[in-house]
Write a protein that binds this ligand. Sequence first.
Ligand code: ADP
Ligand code: ZN
Length: 437
Amino acid sequence: MDVSDQIGGRFVRMSRDEIADFQGEALKHSVAQAAKSPWYAAKLKELGLDPRDIKSADNIIKLPFTTKEDLRLSYPAGMLAVEPEKIIRMHTSSGTTGKPTAIFHTREDVDCWAELMARCLYIAGARSHDVFQNMSGYGLFTGGLGLHYGAERLGMWVIPAGAGNTARQILLIRDFHVTVIHATPSYAMHIAERMVQDGEDPKRLGIKIAALGAEPYTEEMRVKLQELYGFKVFNSYGLSEMNGPGVAFECGEQRGMHIWEDAFLVEIVNPDTFEHARPGEVGELVLTTLRRDGMPIIRYRTRDLTRILDGVCPCGIAHARLDRMVGRTDDMLIIRGVNVFPSQIEEVLMRHTWLGGNYVIQLTMREALDQMTVKVEIAKSTFDGSIETIRTQRAELQKELREQVGFTVNVEIVEPGSLPASEGKARRVIDERGGHV
Ligand code: ADP
Ligand code: ZN
């Protein structure tokens, strides 16, 4: 792939051997840099480790993990590794509960992030002549400025639309002939369904590429969105702790997300034993920054579950590919002793074309027994169908859900547009069991 150096072409083209060599040096640098922060200085001292003990990428296992809790404990600036005047930007994680976590970037860090993000968009097929609409919230949330800087680096015409205001989003897409968008999958679904309800066809917008991420979604959801809009969906993965978006992204093959290994050292560990998972096995993704000086993070336990895909990608890029995220360790629901991920429910729902794309999983307690109710909107086109047909389809759906999870799931079919719409990360699970929250 012909990738310019402006977006890190020399890194994108690296072979496996080159990546390994680069990572060895980069890890040594990153650990030495991290040791300049109060947090890691104390941590390494406690473990009797000297940054010079790290001689190769394999030595990563000598280093301690970093958790979300560590980030909270070191808040506000315990992991800052440069003089404060070197910092030009900070972001915080959306942190729905408790203290936020702050991440700091030097000028070079922001530059590197833009480069990583630009490559992502490039491998998905975006080019400088494209018009790009970013429907992420701006501000502390990294999906705004992260995508923005990457898209500008690529040279696209950027529309920083921000989140929400669906009517204006549609207007801008139309009037400025937007060809590339970035949004959460749930928001992209909401826009399409709004249009269909208004008797409009999302295909006529003419969007070609959709970078969708920031929340888990299934292959079935991708298919549904691609059919609705006629564009290609590329999975985009990132987290604030690792800059934000720009960590891993799908190429034109749409089979797993290339993770930029010049910037992130990847490990997959068993979430219970913390041992490395076997090749191809699903486990918790653990990432180490290799190119961030303002605030290096070592062996960050992302809580995201995935695996590294085997084999070489036909696109020619040697950077490893991550499989679609199964979910987050803390998203796993335990229902009557059975482990269930919301994605397993979504997978079944999205196979049914008579259903829309919005759904909620409600958990309640009845007679000391967990109950799961799935509320899902019916598609506009089938809404006017006969009650009898819908009843049959609902029974079929309930049977499939039971087969998928192993217990009876209540299904409530609701009117199009009646469930809360998502502008950012969708809230799919409502847990009313008490004690489980
Ligand atoms: P918060 O952790 O507060 O939600 P972030 O905005 O940093 O803050 O969210 C990052 C998280 O979002 C990831 O750790 C992951 O769980 C989820 N995520 C991001 N992109 C994807 C994706 N493409 N697929 C699945 N989950 C994703
Ligand atoms: Zn590829």
